[in-house]
Design a protein around this ligand. Structure first.
Ligand SMILES: *Cc1c(COP(=O)(O)O)cnc(C)c1O
Length: 405
């Protein structure tokens, strides 16, 4: 409860101001005004700031839920998460101090208790993204299993290389096959290795052979993108084998439709992992687990989403997106103007025009419709089905029209 009798500075709570902020979200004010180039001496006041910033922040942003938006792994977010983020911002709980965040700590544990079993994991914690989740997993691999090198595919996310650099671990990159998956015929001896497999590569959505889980001293799965498919009875089996991993990273701000910064690192042997990645401090009631110190209550928006949708609601949206990507792929395959790279494995489509250059195509289309990726030194168009409101038919029609111009 906000007890206004304790608050004499209206900068800290004003329901009318918040109501105005909400109203501005639906206005179409486009009068973008210049911002001061140096720090203002005198404050404008909150209400003025809302008017000044609404056209900039709300007006010029990409609309991830627009019918033509299908470029990136960033999804639109359901409004229940906006409400929870507002509550979170007002409370400013810190997961580092359980005494100041009793419910947030319970929410985090509950969400992990719900989700970890889908991955065969015991638990874990939230962090700001899979970059940190991957770093945390490889850190545990080094200090629990004593691994001396990381083996991964050339298609691995740059965060794997970053983690190895930070942890002082040698990185061995293996070539990928024609479908963008780690070429299993080229694996070295894995005795002292952490094998990092992709469950949905960033560029093409490829899933490495997860049957390899358990073949190395430690197996970490980068499931930043496609991990949530484990919650869809229709598609969970695509990630079979993942339950034998030692650690798994999943970005909740991708296919769990969460606002940033929200991701999960999960461990099979939670106790040994937590022991290896914990630091105590005199002022801490409990040891600090993981890379980050202060942490937000990011579990609460995810808890609310999972309660509101249920597993079925999430699965329905993921199934819809998988099917939208498949139908998009089929249209591309049937069009004389386009070349499909491969059938999509996790709702990422890679293709290019046959008669104009990919760069020309991308430049002619509205921003946010497609992105690009480079495969074997060549540029391809890329489309990611993260937006349940995307209109595949409309997007396809615009692409074909551009190719024919
Ligand atoms: C997005 C992504 C990451 C990085 O995750 P962030 O949440 O952006 O830090 C890592 N690996 C893969 C495969 C990704 O797609």
């Amino acid at each position: 409860m906000h007890s206004s009798d304790h608050i004499s500075d209206a900068s800290f709570f004003d329901l009318d101001g918040l109501t105005k902020a909400l109203t501005l979200m639906t206005s179409s004010e486009t009068d973008v005004r210049e911002l001061p180039i140096s720090l203002p001496q005198l404050g404008l006041g909150e209400s003025q700031v809302l008017d000044l910033l609404a056209p900039q922040v709300l007006g010029t942003a990409a609309q991830l839920g627009a019918s033509t938006s299908m470029a990136h792994m960033d999804p639109p977010t359901p409004w229940i998460t906006w409400a929870m983020q507002l509550w979170n911002a007002s409370l400013n709980q810190n997961l580092l101090h359980e005494a100041t965040s009793p419910f947030a700590a319970r929410a985090e544990k509950l969400v992990l208790d719900w989700l970890a079993p889908f991955f065969g994991m015991r638990g874990g914690h939230f962090c700001s993204g899979s970059t940190i989740a991957n770093l945390t997993g490889i850190w545990a691999a080094r200090d629990v299993a004593g691994i001396r090198q990381v083996v991964t595919s050339q298609a691995a996310h740059l965060s794997i290389e970053k983690a190895c650099h930070l942890l002082g671990i040698k990185l061995v990159k293996i070539a990928v096959d024609a479908q963008g998956r780690l070429d299993t015929t080229q694996l070295p001896d894995l005795k002292n290795s952490c094998l990092v497999l992709n469950a949905g590569t960033t560029a093409t959505g490829a899933i490495d052979s997860l049957a390899l889980c358990g073949a190395a001293a430690w197996t970490h799965i980068d499931a930043a993108w496609a991990g949530p498919l484990r919650l869809s009875p229709e598609y969970a089996e695509r990630l079979n084998g993942i339950e034998n991993a030692d650690s798994i990273a999943v970005s909740a701000h991708k296919w769990l439709f969460q606002p940033k910064d929200s991701a999960l690192i999960m461990f099979r042997d939670l106790e040994s992992a937590n022991k290896a990645i914990s630091f105590g401090g005199s002022y801490l009631a409990k040891p600090n687990i993981g890379v980050q110190g202060s942490r937000s209550a990011a579990a609460i928006p995810l808890l609310a989403t999972l309660l509101a949708w249920g597993q079925n609601g999430l699965a329905q949206r993921l199934n819809h997106l998988m099917q939208a990507a498949d139908s998009f792929a089929q249209k591309i395959e049937e069009a004389d103007e386009l070349e499909l790279w491969n059938k999509p494995q996790t709702a990422v489509n890679v293709f290019r025009p046959r008669h104009i250059s990919t760069t020309e195509l991308l430049a002619a289309l509205p921003a946010g419709m497609l992105s690009s990726c480079v495969i074997d030194g060549e540029i391809w168009a890329r489309s990611v089905a993260a937006n349940p409101m995307a209109d595949v038919e409309l997007i396809f029609t615009k692409i074909i029209a551009t190719c024919r111009k």
